[in-house]
Ligand binder design. Structure first.
Ligand code: FES
Length: 107
């Protein structure tokens, strides 16, 4: 069983429905939390096709669109829904603890 590290992303009020927020984790990783109609979803914040930060993209209908070449990913499963990206994003458990959005990521 792998250990998960908790990442405090923001206050829950800072993540309104239809918005997303990215945060760096360490020096090379980034995660994004999206509020999809009140449901929080966390996933890797860097596109699997090339280097693009997905929180600079677009969130619509539960999908995030990469700002660089416009691949879309399912924010619930991470699945790549259209080319050029083929690989899925990692997804992570997310919850609210004492009013803060907290994501659990592998260290
Ligand atoms: S970098 Fe995201 S689709 Fe190319």
């Amino acid at each position: 069983m792998r250990t998960l590290a908790k990442v405090d992303v923001c206050a829950v009020e800072e993540l309104a429905p239809g918005t997303m927020r990215g945060i760096a984790v360490g020096e090379e990783r980034r995660i994004v939390v999206a509020n999809v109609e009140g449901e929080l979803r966390a996933f890797s914040g860097i596109c699997t096709h090339a280097y693009a930060e997905l929180d600079g993209g677009f969130l619509r209908d539960g999908r995030v669109m990469c700002p660089l070449h416009f691949s879309e990913f399912d924010t619930a499963t991470g699945e790549a829904l259209g080319p050029p990206a083929e690989e899925a994003l990692e997804t992570y458990p997310v919850k609210v603890e004492a009013g803060r959005v907290v994501v659990e990521v592998p260290p």
